[in-house]
Design a protein around this ligand. Structure first.
Ligand code: DC
Length: 225
């Protein structure tokens, strides 16, 4: 046992397509911190389940799979065992799958330590739904990053069309609304703004503005000049 203080954590939670990922990655790069994309872990589980014909509603089989999951992130790529699956897990289907597997308490428990292991010196920026509430309740700074659902749907639509993928705005909007509902209504670790979290609504803000607000807030919280 040592009594060294644990590395600091910045927790950025919020709904789907709020821009958490891009913002969190840039804040992490600014401070030289590690980055945890917890949604990617749920997406990897949904993808591994699909491949192994495990149903997204089968909690016992999913939690066994979750406890054996061999995943890693390297140079911006997500690996499942010895394969890069970054593109596959970013699909809308895996977003939906992640949201479905994430409702099971046993699955969340099986993935708890996997996420806590990302807390390494000199610090960590984690994004997800329960980073500030369950994974790192002692986070130095907690941010609830959100935007109007129509704005998030518009951003997702642009992202998909820029990648040359087919996209239907109305379908994206309906899917986001359904995911918001599932993520915030589940019994375990629902998405919600914590009383000790700073609200950051990016409906009228770009990424640079959001990143700067978080950097300033963290410097204040950590008393860095
Ligand atoms: O952030 P994302 O869109 O990649 O997350 C995909 C799904 O994973 C999301 O709809 C709910 C689930 N999730 C979760 O339950 N808890 C987290 N900390 C992160 C994601």
């Amino acid at each position: 046992m040592n009594n060294l203080p644990l590395p600091p954590v910045i927790a950025i939670d919020g709904p789907s397509a709020s821009g958490k990922g891009s913002v969190a990655e840039r804040v992490a790069a600014y401070f030289g911190f590690h980055y945890l994309d917890s949604g990617a872990i749920y997406r990897l589980l949904a993808y591994a389940a699909l491949r192994q014909h495990v149903d997204w509603s089968d909690a016992p089989a999913l939690s066994t799979l979750a406890s054996q999951l061999q995943i890693r992130f390297e140079h911006g790529e997500a690996w499942l065992q010895d394969e890069i699956v970054s593109t596959q897990i970013r699909s809308e289907q895996m977003g939906k799958g992640a949201s479905e597997v994430a409702v099971h308490p046993a699955v969340r428990l099986a993935l708890l330590q996997t996420q806590r292991n990302f807390r390494q010196a000199p610090g960590l920026v984690g994004d997800g739904r329960d980073i500030g509430s369950v994974i790192f309740p002692d986070a130095r700074l907690k941010v609830f990053l959100t935007a109007a659902v129509e704005t998030r749907a518009q951003r997702r639509y642009q992202q998909l069309t820029q990648r040359g993928e087919d996209a239907d705005y109305a379908l994206i909007l309906a899917d986001l609304q359904q995911r918001d509902w599932r993520d915030s209504q589940r019994t375990v670790a629902p998405l919600k703004q914590l009383p000790d979290a700073m609200l950051l609504d990016t409906t009228d803000k770009n990424i640079d503005e959001a990143v700067n607000i978080i950097i300033t807030a963290y410097k204040k919280a950590a008393q860095i000049d």
